[in-house]
Design a protein around this ligand. Structure first.
Ligand SMILES: *Cc1c(COP(=O)(O)O)cnc(C)c1O
Length: 435
């Protein structure tokens, strides 16, 4: 098939495609979008063949880089056998094998896996599981949730209740469930914990679950916090018998170092959500892992079964891919090899703190972030100037407001990582020294 010319693709796009989190009038009037034709490893290639480092693994998904040959083969082989079948009263090998492997790798005490379609639905599943569990196990008044200020857990209306980025929540505030707020643990875990403690002391009887992004609040600006907060939150939720949901959608699959961010604290949640790196970013699929207690809370007849199930639940293509991802992690020693790359990121971002105009830097595992001076917040534009400088130098670095960050594939080549880090430094300098 002959590729359409770039201009024609943009024309069709601007006529019909509604982009996420985008002011479409400005986009149509002003934006000259990248047209990506293909990708390979840690690079995207545009319609003219220009290469760009994928600085954020395509929205934090492509943990093994793009088009990993083993993943491409696994997907193609599964497509030849079985692409889709329902998961009600039917099962298949990829989903059974994947569940077994996931449970083996997961924190202890999470032997049951519920599959869904994306990060948002993996959290939606956790919310509905918690609510239905309490309704049918004698605590129907437990209907509220607790989440961080600045929390991000996805897009569905249920999950929007947890939304802690105020501008994203405001349009829906009048119809979403009630959510109690804890200040970000990145501003000091002791204060965050004492707020959580007083919320549970006062209101545990009406709370279904505490939902947390472990170790790092991604969308809030790569805000990292002390594992001690997670340890204490685990002990406290156990004491009050409130569920702890850990959303590992971004932090899992080695993004923060270990396979699961909860390993920094040596804890296990009652429900764990995973997506993004779960299929190496190649298929939309996710999983929610549950304890035996929660699983058994749905025993006792069809009127007590979990009333949830997407059309593509347990999809064989996604499952075969997710299974191959786990094999690649093991056989290519992805986490072990990423440790040295994470140290490079840590050292580089520590140095970036001396660039004039950079107010603070931080890193954790395969994430490095820096903040530019000036007004904070998502709508702030300084990060966008760095974005344009980086594009000119061959890297895609979409910022979070004034936070410029990288979250590259875990298996990025060392030389590529060094080049990417150089582009970050040059692009930031170009912006901060010109203004
Ligand atoms: C991206 C993300 C989600 C939502 O995942 P989608 O696949 O976009 O629905 C949920 N939680 C966290 C922590 C995320 O980073």
């Amino acid at each position: 098939m002959k590729a359409l010319p770039r201009e024609q693709i943009i024309e069709l796009d601007k006529a019909h495609v509604w982009h996420p989190y985008t002011a479409m009038d400005e986009y149509v009037a002003e934006t000259n979008p990248l047209v990506i034709a293909r990708a390979s490893g840690s690079r995207l290639f545009d319609a003219d063949g220009r290469a760009y480092f994928d600085g954020n693994s395509s929205w934090w998904c492509a943990a093994l880089g793009h088009n990993h040959p083993r993943l491409v083969r696994a997907l193609a082989a599964q497509a030849e056998r079985l692409s889709h079948v329902a998961l009600a009263g039917i099962t298949h090998e990829p989903v059974a094998m994947l569940a077994k492997q996931l449970v083996k790798l997961a924190p202890p005490g999470l032997p049951h896996v519920f599959f869904s379609d994306n990060g948002s639905t993996s959290v939606e599943v956790a919310l509905k599981m918690s609510l239905q569990y309490w309704v049918q196990n004698g605590r129907p008044e437990r209907t509220r949730f607790v989440a961080f200020d600045g929390a991000f857990h996805g897009e569905t209306l249920g999950v929007t209740a947890l939304q802690g980025v105020e501008v994203f929540r405001r349009p829906f505030a009048s119809v979403v469930m009630e959510c109690l707020r804890v200040p970000p643990a990145s501003d000091g875990y002791e204060r965050a914990f004492s707020v959580l403690e007083s919320i549970l002391q006062k209101d545990a009887d009406t709370i279904a679950a505490v939902v947390l992004e472990p170790m790092v609040q991604g969308a809030a600006g790569m805000r990292m916090y002390d594992a001690e907060f997670l340890r204490r939150a685990r002990a406290l939720t156990t004491k009050h018998d409130v569920f702890l949901v850990l959303d590992e959608v971004f932090a899992g699959y080695g993004r923060t170092g270990p396979m699961w961010a909860s390993e920094h604290a040596g804890i296990a949640p009652d429900l764990m959500c995973t997506a993004k790196g779960f299929t190496g970013g190649m298929m939309p699929m996710a999983a929610t892992l549950a304890t035996r207690r929660i699983f058994e809370g749905f025993f006792g007849g069809s009127e007590r079964s979990f009333f949830y199930g997407h059309t593509f639940t347990g999809n064989p293509l996604g499952a075969a891919l997710a299974l191959e991802v786990l094999k690649v992690y093991e056989e290519e020693c992805v986490l072990e090899r990423a440790a040295a790359k994470a140290r490079r990121i840590r050292d580089a971002f520590a140095e970036f703190s001396s660039i004039p105009g950079v107010t603070t830097t931080r890193s954790l595992g395969m994430i490095g972030a820096l903040e530019l001076g000036g007004r904070q917040g998502y709508l702030e534009r300084s990060g966008l100037s760095v974005y344009h400088e980086a594009l000119r130098r061959g890297a895609y670095l979409r910022p979070l407001g004034n936070v410029v960050y990288i979250a590259p594939p875990l298996n990025i080549a060392d030389s590529d990582l060094d080049e990417l880090l150089t582009i970050v430094a040059e692009s930031v300098r170009a912006v901060t020294t010109s203004s």
